[in-house]
Write a protein that binds this ligand. Structure first.
Ligand code: SF4
Length: 381
């Protein structure tokens, strides 16, 4: 299969694998995401079921990227990680280019890092969120800034690639605080930084008695991150993602380029063997479905050429490398003739430009990626 992988067309027979670890030691105030308390019995049941789901779904293709996300994957023990790696073993080959595990700084331990290194993990994504203790407290995060710095040093000492997650527009966070967070991150020098604008998730405790700031309030923060990180050698390769040269997150690039990935675990999404679907976000229901060989799935869509093409354009406008302009010919063949006119208008408005046979969003286009996506969607409807 040839896929537009991280902006490069490469021959790719491999597969992305995503494993969702649904356990959280406590609930962060801003999070409405599904999570389970990390009880030993629940984790053991989850691991057994995960192996069963792997047997049910995997089609024998080797993995070229693996991502353990959550929840808090760092809550798993060394032997938990070893169990998962054992059943994934058949998919691990020389094709594996990247294996990421998300860690909250509070869960980083030397023995876990040693185990993960031996298993072949290449990259640790640290949920730093902020280096300001007031911001961390406002977010309901239990860690303090010093803990993230100590965790980072330990991860680096074990020779992993490192990514930071940073949040902006937290309650009480001023632009000056954000600038200090960015400066601290750059001083430490991770390979990759993901920046997220805090949004008002319904059901998150933080927004119970509070009004969310308007969406436009984050623009100055976003623009500041872009300028500062670029000045300091980070490439802005996706709306929320910055990296040092050669350190893009390949797993995410594959999903944004509409490649294939298999997601395992409750609430994990997949795009696999012609279908897009999400596992039910409930440990018990997920396990019942898997053990009865009838997985409980939501948001199921059959992947037509039209749907994949539409989403290539939409997600492509979130990436600095955009999409190959030959996609417009394909769009015409599939009856989306006016997409060419739309992209001509985007170019006239300075939102995209043509670079080496690709339609790439400009800096302003990247900042307005959601608006571009909406217009593409309307033209494809
Ligand atoms: S933000 Fe992450 S760690 Fe915090 S409650 Fe949500 S899923 Fe768990």
């Amino acid at each position: 299969m040839t896929s537009d992988f991280c902006g490069n067309s490469i021959d790719r027979d491999g597969l992305g694998i995503y494993i969702h670890v649904p356990f959280c030691a406590s609930r962060c105030a801003y999070c409405a995401f599904y999570g389970e308390p990390p009880l030993r019995q629940s984790i053991d049941g989850y691991l057994d079921c995960l192996r069963r789901e792997w047997v049910l779904r995997w089609d024998g293709r080797p993995a070229d990227s693996i991502y353990f996300g959550g929840g808090t994957p760092g809550l798993l023990s060394c032997s938990d990680f070893e169990k998962i790696a054992k059943f994934l073993g058949q998919a691990l080959s020389s094709q594996l280019r990247e294996w990421t595990v998300e860690f909250s700084p509070a869960t980083v331990r030397e023995e876990k890092l040693r185990t993960l290194k031996e298993l072949g993990v290449t990259r640790i994504s640290l949920g730093v969120q902020s280096f300001n203790d007031h911001t961390l407290a406002a977010l309901g995060r239990r860690q303090r800034a010093e803990l993230a710095i100590a965790a980072y040093d330990l991860v680096r000492a074990h020779d992993f690639d490192v990514s930071f997650d940073l949040i902006f527009l937290a309650p009480g966070q001023r632009l000056a605080d954000w600038k200090r967070d960015l400066a601290r991150a750059v001083d430490l020098g991770p390979d990759h930084i993901s920046t997220y604008c805090l949004t008002a998730e319904s059901g998150a405790p933080l927004w119970k008695n509070r009004t969310a700031p308007p969406a436009t309030a984050g623009e100055a923060f976003h623009r500041n991150a872009r300028n500062f990180l670029q000045e300091n050698g980070y490439e802005h390769y996706e709306v929320s993602s910055f990296c040092r040269q050669g350190h893009r997150c390949l797993h995410n690039c594959n999903t944004w380029a509409m490649g294939e990935w298999l997601g395992l675990g409750p609430s994990a999404a997949s795009q696999f063997r012609g279908r897009r679907f999400r596992n039910v976000p409930n440990l018990k229901l997920w396990a019942e479905g898997i053990w009865s060989s009838s997985p409980d799935e939501e948001d199921v869509a059959v992947l037509s050429e039209q749907l994949l093409l539409q989403d290539r354009f939409i997600f492509g406008m979130r990436m600095a490398d955009g999409v190959p302009d030959s996609l417009l010919d394909r769009a015409e063949r599939l009856g989306y003739g006016d997409l060419r006119a739309l992209f001509e208008r985007f170019a006239e408005e300075g939102l995209i430009r043509s670079v080496d046979g690709r339609l790439c969003p400009t800096g302003r286009g990247l900042l307005l990626a959601d608006g571009l996506a909406l217009e593409i969607l309307c033209h494809c409807a």
